[in-house]
Write a protein that binds this ligand. Structure first.
Ligand SMILES: [Cu+2]
Length: 291
């Protein structure tokens, strides 16, 4: 294929992709800015570093290509065989990258420290990974939710179901009971697992944390008050046969809506009464007898 044909083919491909809205929509190559201040800061860092890399690449490759073309042998260029090193050039190409790296490391470290600061949270949710579903326990109120793949996706995914997955909305990305959380509240997640290692990943929250049996990992988020709605994620640690069928859905509601939901759930679930001292004494006596 000659250069002209190749250029035409590339131009045609780009035009087609841009002209078709579906192809363009599928081109979500970049990460999401997300719905929390931290996720937006991480996105900003990512873009900052991306543009630094672009600038460095343009400079380095630009200079290299210019040198190759301008000083080619056919134009009478003669190599300088006497030059072994140039102290000034070496200082510049050492100091400049060090300054660039420091300029990237300082804001990145600052953000990293903040993502780790799960203090002063107002709500704690224990997230437990199971083969193959998620359990959410609102620690303060005792409300528990089990979140499994939605019925339509589950029916369509069965071998020989005859259902076209294209007809199922949010195929493999919907659940029966989403994780309901309030916006504008600092929420702490305590992540663990019951059987094998899972990972709780929700891009919009910029959270991807391992859920490990016997360990408790911590994460936190505070969602912008204007970002109510549904956000989707998935298990991000290969955890067995149905790893691909344990999605995550976060249902972000206003604080008032969330509290109303929590109250309803509390009424439905009626958490067990705490053990009375008399009952505990009976247990102690039984333990003493057998012990
Ligand atoms: Cu999993």
């Amino acid at each position: 294929m000659n250069m002209k044909k190749l250029a035409t083919a590339i131009a045609a491909t780009i035009t087609l992709a841009l002209a078709s809205p579906t192809a363009f929509a599928a081109w979500t190559l970049n990460m999401t800015p997300g719905i929390t201040a931290i996720s937006q800061r991480i996105y900003g860092l990512h873009m900052l570093m991306y543009w630094w890399c672009v600038a460095i690449a343009v400079f380095v490759f630009g200079w290299m290509i210019y040198s190759l073309v301008a000083f080619r042998k056919s134009q009478g260029a003669v190599p300088d065989t006497k030059l072994v090193h140039n102290t000034r050039a070496e200082i510049i190409w050492t100091v400049l990258p060090v300054l660039i790296l420091i300029g990237m490391a300082v804001p990145a470290t600052r953000t990293l420290i903040e993502t780790d600061d799960a203090s002063k949270t107002e709500l704690t949710i224990r997230v437990t990974g199971y083969q193959w579903k998620w359990g959410y326990q609102y620690v303060e109120s005792g409300v528990e939710v089990l979140s499994t793949l939605d019925r339509d996706s589950n029916a369509a995914r069965q071998l020989g179901s005859g259902i076209d997955p294209g007809t199922v909305p949010n195929y493999l990305l919907s659940v029966d009971h989403p994780l309901v959380v309030p916006a504008g509240v600092k929420v702490r997640l305590l992540l663990t697992a019951q059987d094998v290692i899972h990972a709780w990943w929700v891009p919009a929250l910029a959270i991807k944390k391992d859920a490990i049996p016997g360990f408790v990992n911590t994460a936190w988020f505070k969602i912008d008050t204007d970002k109510t709605g549904l956000y989707r994620g998935q298990c991000a640690e290969l955890c067995g046969r149905d790893h691909g069928f344990m999605p995550i859905v976060v249902d972000v509601r206003s604080k008032a809506d969330f509290e109303a939901w929590l109250k309803t759930q509390q009424a439905i679930q009626r958490p067990a009464e705490p053990a009375t001292p008399a009952a505990m004494a009976g247990v102690d006596a039984a333990a003493a007898k057998t012990g």
